[in-house]
Design a protein around this ligand. Structure first.
Ligand code: FES
Ligand code: FES
Length: 929
């Protein structure tokens, strides 16, 4: 809803906020959320949708939770409002906030105010709620990061447990279940996200977007429109953009900042209106002078690949973006050796990231420099992209990341950045832009829809002999991360198994959809659905237990991968499967017992495995981290890696603190500011713990060496870990046994660490070393299917992950749980349809009511290259979940679903077509090994 115009200003209206009386002169129809944020400065209340779908704006109104985005100011007159800022008392966290910090219940933190308020409402009415009551009470608040389990644990801890203070910091930080170093701001509402610190007086921007999948367009008289529209300062079009192309790859800058003449997807930006906030929010888009001429779009893979199909980009023949693959051995001749062969085609949909914080930021010009405050996953790529678009030098651009309210890959591409930079550059005034939820969903990247044909064969002993995989991806109108997906998938398409004969291929095609980009896994989750179904079918064909079949084929140290890479260390899939084996056996037995007693509902257990190469594929992937100790004794981690909620600020602090030998509680952090940090690369591909973590370790060791040198210690004395270091104001203490040596800090001392994991480019057959290390995992899902309704409920999930070393087990568990719940959504409910699901009530993501009981099992097969043995876990949490769920559905029903998400109508149809063989299905389900 647009903000009410000034002529409707009402009488002063009074109410209390956090116990203080307030008086505002804002129209009664204003949204309470806007009044809290804009009039009263209480930006702890977040806006994720402005439509009552996400719950991020939840506040207490006379003690009961309400969505403040749906509450008119007039409704609160004379009443009491409590926001997240009102939960702490005299700067002391409430028991609830303390429990959230202790349990790691906040990741990115954008939903946390809403969660805390909903929980506070519950606990005020019910001091000892059951788990189901917690889920009911928090059911209106969406979280895309945590998977909800730690939120539930935190609330139950307050309700039922002793109200313990936060545990004291462990002496050794690595391995400790430390609370987030940036957690307090997320719990109190003081953390600043992309839309929270826009300077007063900034101009605002509204983007004009194509309403058609494909169209030509022509502007009318923009000058006249500007002149006759109060408050509009300027309109930007393609003509204003110095270099009108951006994109992830240096050689593929194919996406215009503002389209010129033709729009290639619904939601593509064609113009940007800059003016006062009131003016741009009140814009009547129907009156904007543009004429659209719709053209027939290319929608979907079949249309893109059709003979004589229109080319979405004129210079990209046959709509093909990339064709990549891997060849090893000779599958064609190996099929003859196989005792069993499985084959199938699987289809997946567009999936929306659905981070709760829409894209937002503001920019200002300072002389010949531009400064951009923005929610992002990748400040250095943003800097270079903006410099390119504005034809500036990279040093002329400063990116200052705000807190990031979720990204999952979707904030790796620029969104508002070039637009607000251009606006501020040309007007000389600060310019802000905050995407609406529909705008965010329509215009930003999605997970690639895939069609994957897989064929796997094994010998009579159940050893895999050959595989052929052909993966097609819909990459949308522009390249974005399409090349990465089409390259990464063929490498991972064997699954985490040893296969001697391999032929895999990945192709990405352009269509008239929003670009497909990076989304937690870069295509590997789609590929895993295919290879895991094949493992199930081969195991069943040979009547080998599905877990045992995977165990027999699991990649291990000493094996070579499909790209010929020798796994020299850290390949813990077999350990993951061993850890799951007793749970798997129990789950199968319980399902079969249930199924003997029930006809309308059937239960099943499924297993999914994965491997994931950490970091960029066969590319340089460096990170530089610095740690400074000032003369005043301030210890600062200068960290260019953005924490998008996954906890890198915390774990890099843990690693750095232990490497130096000082307590992590004394280390402050500067995150992502391109003027103050070095380039640590993007937060993606599960790389920050491994790559930036190693750089942080090396920086810590470098600083320790320099500190000992400053104290005049002998050359290698710094390696002696019996020395305990401490900071006492401006003095540094070196303590060994009972002897302490103190020095004045002589001046700023900086340690620096650089790490670029060793990889090797692929040859023409895809042979090479694409990644320095791989994470491995296996998950078991237990589901219950309602045969009549076609609904599937995931009851339990066991997740065993080889993470190398858990630097912080709370954060690692949080990544696994959050990833797994995204995997659940991918399997069962999430399907983005361009033009139809551009909001959070038509596009469904898992709520707290959808989550299963989850158990995380951390396997630590240390990676010598990584910091203290760590690898990475951001992506791996999601990848095995959908295959495990699909296997469980097959166990329950005998139906192998080949199109996901498994929406109820699809499962019902599949069940109906399987009806003639229902009795066979039941016996098959019962006989699963
Ligand atoms: S912002 Fe109010 S429910 Fe989403
Ligand atoms: S922590 Fe809940 S949305 Fe990020």
């Amino acid at each position: 809803m647009n903000r009410p115009r000034a002529e409707f200003l009402a009488e002063a209206l009074e109410f209390t906020v956090n116990g203080r009386a307030v008086r505002v002169r804002t129209p009664r129809i204003a949204r309470l959320a806007d009044v809290l944020r804009d009039e009263l400065g209480l930006t702890g209340t977040k806006i994720g949708c402005n439509a009552g779908d996400c719950g991020a704006c939840t506040v207490l109104l006379d003690g009961r939770q309400v969505c403040s985005c749906l509450t008119a100011l007039g409704q609160v007159e004379g009443r009491s409002v409590i926001t997240v800022e009102g939960l702490a008392r005299q700067e002391k966290l409430s028991a609830l906030q303390t429990a959230f910090q202790k349990h790691g219940a906040a990741q990115c933190g954008i939903c946390t105010p809403g969660m805390l308020i909903a929980a506070a409402d519950l606990l005020a009415r019910n001091s000892a709620p059951r788990e189901s009551e917690v889920k009911d009470a928090l059911g209106g608040v969406l979280c895309r990061c945590t998977g909800y389990q730690k939120v539930v644990e935190a609330v139950l801890d307050v309700a039922n447990g002793p109200r313990l203070p936060l545990p004291p910091a462990a002496e050794q930080a690595v391995g400790a279940r430390a609370g987030k170093v940036d957690g307090i701001g997320k719990l109190t509402g003081s953390e600043s996200y992309g839309a929270d610190a826009i300077p007063p007086g900034a101009l605002w921007m509204r983007v004009i977007r194509s309403p058609h999948h494909r169209c030509r367009f022509r502007f009318g008289d923009l000058r006249e429109f500007t002149a006759r529209t109060d408050g509009v300062a300027r309109i930007l079009t393609a003509r204003d953009v110095p270099s009108n192309g951006f994109g992830i790859y240096p050689g593929i800058k194919d996406q215009p900042v503002l389209a010129r003449g033709e729009a290639r997807f619904r939601g593509e930006a064609v113009a940007a209106v800059i003016g006062t906030r009131e003016a741009v929010e009140a814009l009547d888009l129907e009156r904007f002078p543009v004429k659209w001429e719709p053209l027939p779009p290319i929608m979907g893979l079949d249309a893109a690949m059709a003979p004589r199909a229109h080319w979405v980009q004129a210079e990209k023949p046959d709509n093909l973006l990339l064709d990549g693959g891997v060849r090893k051995g000779d599958p064609a001749s190996a099929w003859a050796e196989c005792a069993a062969i499985a084959e199938g085609t699987f289809e997946t949909s567009f999936v929306e990231h659905a981070y709760i914080e829409p894209e937002a930021g503001w920019a200002k010009r300072a002389g010949d420099r531009i400064e951009i405050h923005v929610t992002t996953q990748t400040p250095y790529m943003d800097r270079d992209e903006v410099a390119l678009v504005l034809k500036l030098k990279p040093e002329q651009v400063r990116i200052v990341p705000s807190a990031c309210g979720g990204g999952f890959g979707g904030k790796l591409d620029v969104s508002v950045q070039p637009l607000i930079a251009l606006g501020a550059w040309l007007t000389g005034k600060p310019v802000a832009c905050v995407y609406t939820r529909p705008e965010s969903m329509a215009s930003t990247t999605k997970r690639h829809p895939a069609r994957i044909h897989a064929k796997f064969g094994c010998d009579a002993s159940g050893r895999l002999r050959a595989c052929e995989v052909d993966a097609l991806f819909d990459t949308g109108a522009y390249a974005s991360w399409g090349p990465t997906v089409a390259t990464r998938v063929p490498i991972h398409a064997t699954g985490p198994y040893s296969v001697p004969h391999v032929r895999t291929r990945g192709r990405a095609y352009f269509t008239h959809c929003h670009p497909s980009g990076a989304f937690r896994g870069f295509g590997v989750p789609q590929g895993a659905i295919a290879h895991e179904a094949m493992m199930d079918e081969l195991a069943d064909a040979l009547r080998i237990d599905r877990l045992e079949f995977r165990r027999r084929n699991a990649l291990k140290v000493g094996d070579r991968t499909a790209t010929g890479q020798l796994l020299e260390h850290s390949a813990g899939l077999a350990e993951c499967l061993d850890a799951l084996a007793p749970r798997w056996a129990r789950a199968k037995a319980e399902c079969e017992a249930f199924n003997r007693e029930n006809r309308s509902h059937k239960r099943g257990a499924g297993i999914g495995c994965m491997w994931y190469g950490i970091g960029n594929t066969a590319l340089s992937n460096p990170s530089t981290i610095r740690i400074g100790l000032s003369t005043e004794g301030a210890l600062t981690l200068y960290n260019g890696a953005v924490d998008i909620g996954q906890g890198s600020n915390t774990i890099l602090t843990q690693i750095a603190a232990d490497a130096v030998g000082l307590p992590m509680s004394q280390m402050r952090i500067v995150m992502g500011d391109t003027d103050r940090t070095a380039d640590a690369g993007k937060t993606s591909a599960s790389r920050q713990a491994f790559v930036s973590g190693k750089a942080a370790e090396l920086a810590g060791l470098d600083l320790r060496r320099k500190l000992f040198a400053a104290a005049g210690a002998p050359e290698n004395e710094w390696r002696d870990r019996r020395y305990k270091l401490a900071l006492e104001g401006r003095r540094l203490v070196f303590r060994k046994d009972s002897i302490a040596h103190r020095i004045e800090i002589p001046g700023e001392i900086v340690g620096e660490g650089f790490f670029d994991p060793p990889t090797a480019a692929a040859d023409e057959n895809g042979q090479g070393i694409p990644y320095a290390t791989y994470a491995f995992a296996a998950q078991v899902a237990v589901v219950e299917v309602d045969l009549e309704l076609g609904t599937t409920r995931v009851l339990r999930l066991y997740a065993a992950h080889d993470v190398g070393r858990a630097i912080n087990p709370i954060q690692v568990e949080g990544q696994i749980q959050g990833g797994a719940v995204q995997g659940l959504g991918f399997a069962l409910m999430e399907e983005y349809v361009p033009g139809r699901t551009e909001n959070l009530h038509d596009y469904l993501i898992p709520t707290i009511g959808d989550i299963p009981a989850m158990e995380c099992i951390l396997v630590e097969d240390g990676e010598p290259l990584g910091p203290y043995g760590a690898k990475g876990v951001g992506e791996p949490g999601l990848i095995p979940t959908a295959p495990a769920i699909l296997g469980a559905i097959h166990h329950a029903t005998g139906v192998r679903m080949r199109q996901i998400p498994v929406l109820p109508h699809r499962l019902r149809a599949a069940l109906a077509s399987a009806l003639p063989t229902a009795s066979k299905t039941e016996s098959e389900a019962g006989a699963l090994r």
